[in-house]
Design a protein around this ligand. Structure first.
Ligand code: NZQ
Ligand code: ZN
Length: 381
């Protein structure tokens, strides 16, 4: 078993009505909040109104930055930082999915020392302070609500990268599963796929930690049981709650202890190229890449894929494990091939070029130059 540090300071408030605590918990943090949200889902589903009511009752002044896009971009981060500095806000409230919360983590790190978002993400500067961040999660997928990671795109440099900092954990995260009942079927499925992919990234890194394997596979089994039921009943509170909790556990540090580097992360790196170049939703990029990655690796790590098959399906066949995972992604109607995400053969060369340029690889399972072309072929029908 590898040495590990398990540190997670986020105070998670889970369940129906938890947002009623927002005003009380935000009050000690200051009198001015920057409220960050996306393209408008929070305006339609009542989350925005509830947040404003809570903050006004607590006597907190609200400034807003709206319009964070899915697969967020660094320009929005810098623009929100500018507003936050001008208005001298005391803390950040992020209401939305992973894109809004990730952007808010970098915003919170940049404001106190007037930093540029991309300088932080590329580690050209090391923030020593952060404003407190309160996250109100409206989409179960990324685990950002209880981790210190943010993923943002920069189209000038052709990069979509992750950044982690111990000051980037949300101080409080509010998870009311009923807020996720309005997530449409496609993003619900992408969220289920994303949480499973986080478990697989942890599973496929080197090291020996049977308990972590069991925890990881329990989260996958929960998602495989509740996920298809939820796809049939999108407004079920109980099923939304099961998936929301699964998504948090899939990437809050609990699946990683005893294995190396918190995961392999090659599949995420490959998926990020698809999102960067073709705006493929994050979870959808992973259901295209994971089956291809497993097929490429079936002769490199056969024993590990076999172990996964036994733990998940009670089946030691390598091809059986890959086929069953692929079939699950298909069952919840996620894309399995590039063409299903609108990516044509003519786009393959550019995808390969950016994968090579960004040196996409895994921490335990390195990728070599020839692999990108093979992977793209395996992703293509
Ligand atoms: O912009 P709005 O109007 O809010 O609409 C969003 C967006 O269109 C909508 N949505 C969110 N909550 C909703 C809702 N629609 C109806 N009802 C609701 N309750 O859903 C769409 C997708 O939102 P987004 O935030 O982009 O999705 P997700 O939560 O999947 O986040 C994806 C981003 O997180 C990154 C991804 O790379 C991607 O950029 N990740 C972050 C990680 C982390 N911080 O640890 C790890 C992940 O592996 C991932 O890389
Ligand atoms: Zn992910």
């Amino acid at each position: 078993m590898e040495n590990f540090v398990l540190y997670n300071p986020t105070n998670l408030q889970f369940g129906k009505g938890v947002l009623a605590q927002l005003g009380k918990l935000a009050s000690p943090l200051g009198k001015k909040a920057l409220l960050v949200y996306g393209k408008g889902s929070v305006l339609k589903n009542g989350v925005y109104d509830e947040v404003v009511k809570q903050l006004k009752t607590a006597g907190i002044e609200i400034f807003e930055y709206a319009g964070i896009k899915s697969n967020p971009v660094i320009e929005d981060v810098d623009a929100a930082v500018k507003t936050g500095i001008e208005k001298q806000v005391d803390f950040i409230i992020a209401a939305g999915g992973g894109s809004v919360i990730d952007s808010s983590k970098i915003i919170a790190l940049c404001i106190p020392e007037k930093l540029k978002g991309w300088d932080v993400m590329k580690r050209k500067v090391m923030p020593s302070k952060a404003l407190p961040l309160l996250a109100i999660l409206t989409l179960a997928a990324t685990g950002t609500e209880m981790n210190p990671v943010a993923v943002v795109q920069n189209h000038e440099t052709d990069e979509k990268i992750g950044y982690g900092h111990p000051l980037a954990f949300p101080k409080y995260s509010f998870l009311d599963p009923s807020f996720t009942c309005t997530v449409p079927a496609n993003y619900t499925a992408y969220g289920i796929a994303d949480l499973i992919a986080h478990c697989l990234e942890a599973f496929f890194t080197a090291g020996h930690s049977p308990l972590s394997d069991r925890v990881t596979c329990s989260v996958i089994l929960e998602a495989m049981e509740a996920g298809p039921l939820l796809m049939q009943d999108l407004t079920s509170y109980e099923l939304r709650a099961r998936i929301m909790y699964s998504a948090t556990l899939a990437l809050n540090g609990i699946t990683a202890p005893g294995r190396m580097n918190n995961g392999d992360w090659a599949v995420h790196g490959l998926g990020h190229v698809l999102s960067l170049l073709h705006d493929v939703p994050h979870g959808a990029s992973l259901t295209i890449v994971y089956p291809a990655w497993l097929k490429l690796h079936k002769n490199r790590i056969p024993e590990r894929i076999k172990q996964l098959g036994v733990l998940l399906f009670n089946d030691a066949s390598i091809d059986g494990c890959i086929t069953r995972l692929e079939a699950f992604f298909g069952q919840i109607k996620c894309p399995l091939k590039l063409e299903e995400a609108g990516i044509a053969k003519k786009d393959h060369a550019r995808i390969e070029e950016v994968m090579i340029k960004n040196k996409v690889s895994g921490t335990s399972n390195p990728l070599i130059a020839d692999d990108y072309r093979k992977l793209i072929q395996l992703m293509s029908s």
